[in-house]
Design a protein around this ligand. Structure first.
Ligand code: AMP
Ligand code: MG
Length: 398
């Protein structure tokens, strides 16, 4: 049986690289950037005034001048003016510093009478104060964003500031999420006592969308060989990625590995030494499609989706991996099976203290309702059984 690390590597090795595509910047939020974004100009592009007030020359202040005739007004967006000796230019936040001025006095510190600005008694103006110097944030040509970053609202600001209207991003894979099982009944339809509400398919789609993958459609197929063959075969024709749930264990109706094999999907592995999600199956279709067959128990499905499907899609999209995150166990935990344990946790943070992970008990891997309110899960290595309070563990946020 594969270890979790070996399974992850086998998946990443099998993933293709998705193509890049130029999209309108407004439509790029949440997508993976596939180009460098470099500064169009110095930032700020001119010595930028940071206060509403007056612009004066510090040489005049040193000569003990306290009253300045107002020579002109310069607002943000106005062309740069030139200051005359002994005078002031009324200035607004965002304006470029008038030529000859090197000192801004905020409007709160002056009084105005007959177009003469007088400094408040005792106010000491300082040279260069309230001036944001040209190029002090960054210089023209500086790389502000590098390929592999998922575009955030802050990045949208940067891309616009560089004058771009289009940006290269990763194309979105076409994903089909398939729930299998005779017992499953979708919300909105009458359910009988022996049946189960279908929850995995919608939850997997929601998780993929939350991670930036929106081209997802769902299908439900009952456990019948011919039907599974026909419908999964159809999905393989259209999709880059299949995410199945259910039908991969040892039950008589667990036909998925067999059907996928018959459809030419080459098995990469079946089973990982982990709990939950041990029966997970992964393979590659004839056209390079990634096929993730996740166990149907809802906690297993969600953990496997987060642990394997999301990172695989991120890698194929060219997204840089995030630095691993760790949290400390808030209480001791014992786990006897010689398997990697993915333990759902609620995070507790305190000022100055470590990030604590409080285990949340799930009543078997069918108990998905207990996952609400969890922030993710921690990974406890299979070599150990007893984890004392304070043990640092790898954290995976949902
Ligand atoms: P399986 O992996 O098909 O053996 O299913 C394991 C358990 O998960 C069974 O109790 C199923 O009823 C349940 N299950 C499978 N698929 C889903 C689903 N889409 N939604 C909710 N429960 C499911
Ligand atoms: Mg089943």
């Amino acid at each position: 049986m594969l270890t979790t690390a070996a399974a992850r590597k086998a998946i990443l090795d099998a993933m293709p690289a998705y193509e890049k595509k130029s999209v309108a910047v407004a439509a790029s939020i949440g997508k993976v950037l596939r180009q460098s974004v470099v500064a169009e100009r110095d930032q700020p592009p001119f010595d930028r005034v940071m206060m509403d007030g007056i612009a004066i020359s510090y040489a005049d202040v040193k000569k003990h001048t306290r009253e300045f005739p107002i020579q002109a007004t310069q607002a943000a967006g106005d062309k740069q003016t030139a200051l005359e000796a002994g005078k002031a230019i009324e200035i607004m936040t965002g304006a470029s510093l008038p030529n000859g001025a090197d000192c801004i006095v905020p409007v709160e510190r002056i009084s105005k009478n007959n177009d003469i600005a007088a400094l408040e008694a005792g106010y000491e103006a300082e040279q260069h104060q309230f001036i944001h110097p040209r190029g002090s944030d960054h210089r023209e040509g500086t790389e502000l964003l590098s390929p592999g970053k998922r575009i955030s609202p802050m990045d949208i600001a940067i891309i616009n500031s560089c004058g771009l209207t289009q940006v290269d991003t990763s194309t979105a894979p076409t994903i089909r999420v398939i729930s299998t099982g005779n017992e499953l009944i979708a919300a909105g339809k009458p359910v009988e006592p022996h049946q189960i509400r279908m929850s995995n398919g919608p939850a997997v789609i929601a998780m993929l969308q939350q991670h930036g993958y929106h081209d997802c459609e769902h299908d439900h197929i009952v456990d019948e060989l011919d039907l599974l063959r026909e419908r999964i075969g159809g999905h393989l024709e259209k999709a880059d990625v299949l995410v199945l749930s259910g039908g991969v264990s040892m039950g008589k109706a667990d036909y998925i590995p067999q059907v996928l094999g018959e459809l030419g999907v080459e098995v990469v592995f079946h089973k990982i030494s982990q709990r939950p999600g041990k029966p997970m199956w992964f393979g590659v279709g004839e056209k390079g499609q990634a096929v993730f067959a996740l166990p149907g128990n809802p906690v297993s499905t969600l953990v496997c989706c987060r642990q394997y499907v999301v990172p695989a899609l991120n890698a194929a999209s060219g997204q840089h991996e995030h630095a691993p995150e760790f949290a400390s166990l808030a209480q001791a935990f014992t786990f006897k099976p010689q398997l990697t344990c993915f333990l759902p946790v609620r995070l507790i943070s305190s000022v100055g203290g470590p990030l604590l992970a409080m285990p949340v008990h799930t009543n078997t891997s069918g108990d998905f309702a207990s996952l609400t309110g969890t922030d993710g899960y921690i990974e406890l290595p299979l070599e150990e059984e007893y984890f004392s309070a304070g043990t640092a563990a790898r954290l995976h946020r949902w």
